[in-house]
Design a protein around this ligand. Structure first.
Ligand SMILES: C[S@@+](CC[C@H](N)C(=O)[O-])C[C@H]1O[C@@H](n2cnc3c(N)ncnc32)[C@H](O)[C@@H]1O
Length: 355
């Protein structure tokens, strides 16, 4: 659907009607691949090296300021300065990177990585026929990028191209992260030969590529959306979709319908967010104004499974879980407090329309 077309969101469609469309959610998944603690520690070390907690500014103060802006939902202020971006990446992206790695290695996502997540064309030439191409909307903070590097490493993928798309300017943070991911940590001059041989980076750059576009995803036109998402195998929205719905339910619905039009058959859409997220819309006018709350999951299912195609749904839902946990191992070492992650997860595959 063209971004200009008005999406149909009917509050009359009940959760049950939508649930009826959720066909064949995978009952049995392959075994999850374990996320070894040493790889988790490598990821944390990578964030520490990329964003220097002991660098030239007061990291703890910056984290507190970012926390304050996030609490007030003032995202523009939270991501307004380079030191805020670095503080965010250190404090939040590092533990999320571990949580997302765990999600990517979970049995119910293996098909996404091991079968069919490649593309024939990518948004930016030259095309890489055998690359696994991932677009991460709201992925500027680097958590998804690092998790994709872990997936590339543990699934032994020959090439992964990750395109982070974000409204804030994360370009230098992502360059710093990419450099840290692809450079082995510095060893002491007295390190043993064995330690030197074992000292490898998280990822080799000939297997991994990071791209970044600073874009308000709710404002891009259909051509730009097609350029960014038309050829990808996987599109992720991690802790971002509810923020988009909160900005505007109608614009986000329109964006999801446009995304449905541009994503290729066989590609995957992964949405992870806080459990129980909801957005409010104002209904009526003047004295009759009232608000109605829509759960994010309902809005998402309604848009993808009802509005985008109706009887001829263009998406098949594979995974839907309202609450999962990722818990950090107490043996991990990091200079800043890390957080366990509780989340809801929804995975869809774009399917061919039945004519
Ligand atoms: C809560 S943060 C989540 C960051 C990251 N995905 C994670 O899980 O750690 C939301 C991200 O979405 C981005 N964002 C918000 N609105 C956006 C929009 N309209 N277009 C693109 N990115 C947006 C923010 O800049 C921020 O990086």
């Amino acid at each position: 659907m063209a971004p200009g077309r008005k999406p149909k969101v009917s509050s009359r469609t009940t959760a049950n009607q939508v649930a009826g469309k959720v066909a064949n959610i995978a009952q049995k998944s392959p075994e999850s691949v374990a996320l070894p603690t040493e790889v988790q520690q490598m990821v944390l070390d990578t964030f520490r090296r990329a964003f220097h907690p002991d660098g030239g500014y007061d990291v703890k103060a910056a984290i507190q300021q970012v926390k304050g802006h996030l609490f007030l939902r003032d995202f523009a202020a939270a991501f307004a300065k380079q030191e805020y971006l670095e503080a965010y990446a250190l404090r939040w992206s590092a533990s999320r990177a571990l949580g997302y790695s765990d999600i990517f290695l979970h049995g119910d996502l293996q098909e996404v990585w091991l079968g069919g997540a490649t593309s024939n064309t990518t948004s930016h030439e030259p095309s890489t026929p055998s690359a696994t191409t991932v677009a991460c909307i709201g992925g500027g903070g680097g958590a998804e990028v690092a998790a994709c590097a872990v997936a590339a490493r543990l699934y032994s993928l020959s090439k992964v191209v990750v395109h982070a798309i974000d409204i804030a300017d994360w370009s230098s943070c992502l360059t710093q992260l990419e450099n840290a991911m692809s450079t082995p940590p510095q060893l002491s001059a007295y390190a043993s030969e064995r330690a030197k041989v074992a000292n490898k980076p998280l990822i080799m750059l000939d297997h991994f590529e990071v791209r970044f576009s600073q874009r308000d995803i709710l404002s891009v036109d259909e051509k730009a959306l097609r350029d960014m998402l038309g050829g990808v195998g996987i599109c992720t929205m991690m802790f971002t979709l509810n923020e988009l719905f909160t900005t505007s339910i109608s614009r986000t619905t329109r964006f999801l319908l446009a995304l449905t039009d541009v994503m290729q058959v066989g590609s995957w859409l992964l949405v992870v967010d806080s459990p129980g997220s909801y957005s409010e819309v104002k209904l009526g006018q003047g004295q009759d104004t009232r608000t109605k709350q829509y759960p994010m999951k309902w809005l998402l299912d309604h848009t993808l499974l009802e509005a985008a195609g109706g009887e001829n749904s263009k998406w098949k839902k594979y995974v839907s879980d309202d609450s999962r946990w990722f818990r950090l191992s107490p043996s991990l070492k990091y200079p800043i407090e890390l957080e366990n992650m509780r989340y809801q997860i929804h995975l869809y595959q774009r399917i061919a329309e039945v004519s």
